[in-house]
Design a protein around this ligand. Structure first.
Ligand code: SAT
Ligand code: MN
Length: 585
């Protein structure tokens, strides 16, 4: 027996009986275990050691070419009542789901090791944290969970103390997309995933636990589990504000969380601190404010596009103890991806291990990733370990929109802010399988991750007004507007600091703005663009609203909201009506 918790012991033995592994290993999280997992993977060829001089402790993993992104069409929420899961989720009845997936688990670990990974989402001593146990037959998952969560003995101790944990069962199965499912049973605090070794499908603490089950638990318990980065911004007076921001996958959350302010800002004393880059658990505090923790302990970031100009902070943390998945390899065994250097180095090996030639598609997979401990980030702050979380001054929603959405807009009320979040739409990216660049509705950037009916989720968001008297202000941003020639109109990256400065001013009751039907827009010169190549005309365009286009947007939104029928909160349809009336007058 390896745990004093009867419930856990029983579950592990039930799973072993079903999956029939050769061996069972209980993960402690210690150094010796780390070394033996790495040695095993190197021997098996599933970890390629990178250049020990430039990248000590770094490894490349190549996944099956059919297993490189989340598979949303194979992801299910299995609640007793279909309405609980809502139109935003694929649904299966729980008994049907268990039956279907258990048949695939039968004997799937023959010849393999079953790893038991106790983990804690959030600081190990925080009352806001939640624990889980992932059972997996993938050493790659163990190596990643070790970085992404507080994994091992301390988590097991907490589970034994509390006697509650999320059960996550995972196997790579035969990696066939025909026998791949990611199933959630929120009413049983259970996840079952088979047939994929990819991040969001396989590292069950992340999207499956921290968001899908997390959002379900959060609604029942009065808090929020969100697809948000958390960043601290310190002004020259030394005052720190924390901001949480939701963007769909591969839309720059990691870049914004690690932003380096423009030189003139740095000289004045502006500083940025990273708390998290993907997930925020947000709780009402006793003082009426909202407090956020990052349930994760590491970053699983998109590699392509990460360069010295876009995110030097990320680049600097990737020179030791990092796992790279599906990036390209240089002749001298360094990781490489599009956006790292130009031109591409000679003699690259592509993400599938083949010699690469320019013009033959990308060398690194567009959704190739790095996994690295948060503590290796230069802008890491011990506030990320604060058991109570950090107080939020602002919440930002954003999407990737070529057109329509202005650079930034502030909501006129909490209700309108929730409407702004619910109306997020974004062009799809390579983070999920399927077409890329198609605009789809992605409320609060949670379309793939909300574990229950969006109608109820929006009602829950609206209800925060009852429990919190000093709610953060809500904003919507769009870094991705393009001009008619298809050029990005806003420089983005570090220069997003200029927009954040306006946002923080607004939180302090300062900053110039004009009230419009869609919210408060900055006046043309309210955002500091000194040193940038921005004409007043371009700024005017970035901060303008085109009435006919907005009316069409509201029509589309109307159609989308209609899917939620009587579960759609009245407040949202009223907000929509108000905006339409104001646009018409
Ligand atoms: O693969 S993950 O879901 O973890 C990353 C993402 O798509 O946001
Ligand atoms: Mn994400």
């Amino acid at each position: 027996m390896t745990t004093t918790n009867k419930n856990l012991e029983q579950w592990v033995s039930d799973v072993a009986r079903l999956t029939k592994p050769d061996k069972i290993h209980w993960c402690t999280g210690d150094e010796a275990e780390k070394k033996s997992i790495i040695d095993l993977m190197v021997k098996a060829g599933t970890f390629i050691p990178l250049n020990p001089e430039t990248h000590p402790g770094c490894y490349l993993h190549r996944s099956d070419p059919s297993d490189v992104a989340r598979t949303e069409h194979l992801t299910f929420v299995c609640t007793k009542d279909q309405e609980t899961a809502g139109p935003n989720n694929n649904w299966m009845a729980p008994n049907e789901g268990h039956k279907k997936i258990d048949a695939l688990f039968d004997g799937c670990m023959k010849g393999r090791t079953l790893y038991v990974i106790p983990y804690c989402m959030g600081p190990i001593d925080s009352p806001l944290s939640r624990c889980g146990v992932e059972i997996t037959d993938s050493a790659y998952v163990v190596a990643n969970m070790r970085i992404m969560t507080r994994m091992g003995t301390p988590a097991l101790k907490r589970i034994e103390r509390e006697n509650t944990f999320v059960k996550g069962l995972h196997s790579t199965g035969d990696l066939s997309p025909d026998r791949r499912f990611v199933m959630h049973f929120p009413e049983e605090l259970t996840i079952k995933s088979i047939g994929s070794g990819y991040g969001g499908n396989a590292l069950l603490g992340k999207k499956c636990h921290a968001l899908r089950l997390g959002s379900f638990q959060a609604r029942n318990e009065g808090w929020l589990a969100e697809h948000m980065l958390i960043v601290g911004i310190e002004n020259p007076k030394g005052e720190r504000h924390y901001v949480a921001a939701a963007f769909p996958s591969a839309c720059g959350k990691t870049n914004l969380a690690m932003l380096i302010p423009p030189q003139a800002y740095r000289e004045k004393g502006w500083k940025v601190f990273t708390v998290g880059d993907d997930i925020a658990w947000i709780h009402p505090g006793k003082d009426g404010r909202l407090y956020a923790i990052n349930p994760e302990a590491g970053y699983f970031g998109v590699a392509p596009g990460t360069g010295a100009n876009t995110n030097p902070t990320a680049l600097n943390m990737l020179h030791k103890n990092a796992i790279f998945t599906n990036v390209a390899l240089t002749k001298d065994k360094k990781p490489w991806w599009e956006g790292l250097s130009k031109p591409a180095p000679e003699g690259l090996t592509d993400w599938q291990g083949r010699p690469w030639e320019s013009g033959k598609g990308p060398a690194a997979h567009p959704n190739s990733r790095f996994t690295v401990s948060a503590q290796q980030c230069e802008s890491y702050t011990p506030a990320a370990e604060d058991a109570q979380g950090v107080p939020l001054s602002a919440i930002i929603f954003g999407g990737r929109r070529k057109e329509l959405a202005p650079l930034v807009v502030e909501s006129v009320s909490w209700k309108h802010g929730v409407f702004l979040g619910a109306s997020v739409a974004s062009e799809t990216t390579a983070a999920a399988t399927g077409a890329v660049g198609v605009v789809r509705r992605d409320p609060m950037a949670m379309q793939p991750f909300c574990g229950y009916n969006f109608g109820d989720y929006w009602t829950h968001w609206l209800s925060m007004e009852k429990t919190s008297s000093k709610l953060p202000k809500i904003f919507h941003v769009n870094w991705f507007r393009q001009d008619k020639a298809g050029n990005y109109m806003w420089p983005g990256f570090g220069d997003n600091m200029r927009v954040l400065e306006w946002i923080l001013k607004r939180c302090e009751g300062k900053g110039e703005a004009t009230r419009t039907p869609i919210g408060y827009l900055p006046t043309v010169d309210a955002i500091d663009v000194s040193g940038l190549n921005m004409t007043p005309q371009a700024m005017r365009e970035l901060l303008s609203i085109e009435v006919p286009a907005w009316k069409l947007e509201l029509d589309g939104l109307n159609e989308y909201f209609a899917k939620y029928g009587s579960r759609l909160p009245k407040d949202l349809s009223e907000e929509k009506k108000r905006i339409l009336n104001e646009l018409n007058s």
